[in-house]
Ligand binder design. Structure first.
Ligand code: SF4
Ligand code: SF4
Length: 147
């Protein structure tokens, strides 16, 4: 039929015109990367953390450094918790290993900095600033007991 190709082309164009938009207007609109996205630094729920150090031991790249102190009941309390996102492989081993599920990803993906130190995060400070789970933390001991 004469003009069939033209009609088909117009039909395809019309369908595309009404299709849901797939182009994301980043950086004006942040993309939704889904729950399984691994990125940013570690979102720590400080009050849930039992300072067991399993995440630190599970990390194959030494990206997590934490210290703890013992309270009056001889229980470990988190003192410092640092995540070096510049060393991180985003392998999820720390998150999978945590027995109380108190770490997760913050989910940022657009990281940049002028030095390596810009990618080192104090997760306790971040948790307090961002309101993930603000709690009082103990001061580290002079000799910095490792968790
Ligand atoms: S995601 Fe992997 S590399 Fe990164 S801190 Fe966790 S265990 Fe370490
Ligand atoms: S594994 Fe979980 S509970 Fe243990 S120190 Fe790490 S974040 Fe805290």
């Amino acid at each position: 039929m004469q003009g069939k190709g033209l009609l088909t082309g117009m039909w395809v164009t019309l369908k595309e015109f009404f299709r849901k938009k797939v182009t994301e207007e980043y950086p004006d609109v942040m993309p939704d990367l889904g729950d399984r996205f691994r990125g940013g630094t570690l979102k720590l729920k400080t009050s849930k953390c039992i300072s067991c150090g399993i995440c630190q031991n599970a990390c194959p790249n030494g990206s997590i450094k934490l210290t703890s102190v013992r309270d009056e009941n001889n229980k470990r309390k988190l003192s410092t918790y640092v995540h070096d996102a510049g060393l991180c492989l985003f392998c999820n081993l720390c998150i999978d290993a945590c027995p109380v599920k108190c770490i997760d990803w913050t989910g940022e993906f657009a990281f940049s900095g002028y030095s390596r130190e810009d990618l080192v995060f104090d997760c306790i400070d971040l948790a307090q600033k961002r309101g993930y789970d603000p709690v009082e933390v103990k001061e580290p001991p002079a000799d910095g007991e490792k968790g």
